[in-house]
Structure formats: structure tokens, C-alpha cells
Design a protein. Sequence first.
Length: 158
Amino acid sequence: MSDISNVSNRVGQSATTQPATGYEALPREATDNVTRALDKQLSAGADFLEHASESLRVAAAKLDERLSPLGHGLRSAARAGDDLAEQVRTRSPGELLDAGSKFARQRPLLVFGAAAGVGLLLSRFAKRTRETGPPTSDRVLDADARGATRGTSTSPTL
């Protein structure tokens, strides 16, 4: 029995004293890759916010003569966009997530309303894209069914 325990002790000691294999570096590499990709996306998002803010400023300048209160509102939105872009560039992803969670807890109706508005816009966009796309067999069948209910025949002639 003592021989077996010595062997297991030696195996355990040799396992702990062996150099690290490549498998231990995989989680670190994956984390680094995800972090780099997230940083790249955050930078692209900040660039988008800056471009959107600039577009709002241009629109505000054009509206100053006719609708100055709307122009003022667009300038305020542009400043808010610039502030948000700066925060995205300077804060870590964890800090951004915490700030977003805190904002959602403080203003749940605003967050819900914004999500509903974005959902509505996306659904309208998807519907419009589907309507203007190339004809599919489903659309041809739908057109045939609509024509049949109106009393017109759309059946092919031979």
C-alpha cells in the first residue's frame, strides 16, 4: 500500500511542477479576442454617434430660420450625442453596462418607450423591405387569392 501512495504522490507532484500547456492559455486568448472585438465595436459606435450629432447640427442650422425651437432641440440632442460618444470612448464596457442599468432603473418608462419605438421602426422597415423585394411564390399566391375574392380571375391561360 505504501508503494501505491508514493506513486500517487509522485504523480501529483509531477503534475503540479510541470510547465503550463497551451490549454491554459486558451481562456486568456479568448478573453483578449472578445475584449478587442468589443473595443472595436464600441469605437465604431462612438464614431456613429459623432456622425449622427453632426447631422443633427446641420439639420438644426437649416431649421433655424423657420422653426428655431426645433433647431434648439436638435442642437441639444447633438450635444447629448457628443457626450454619449465621449463616455463610450473613455469608459470600460463594465462601466457602460452599469451606467445603462442604472439609467434603466431610474427611467423605466423612457427605456420601454424607446424600445417600443425602435421595434416599431424596425418592423416598418422590414415590412417595407419585404414589399419592395423581388416577387416570391407566396406573394404570387397571395395576389391570386386577392384577385379571386374581388371577382377577377388571375389564372394562367394555356
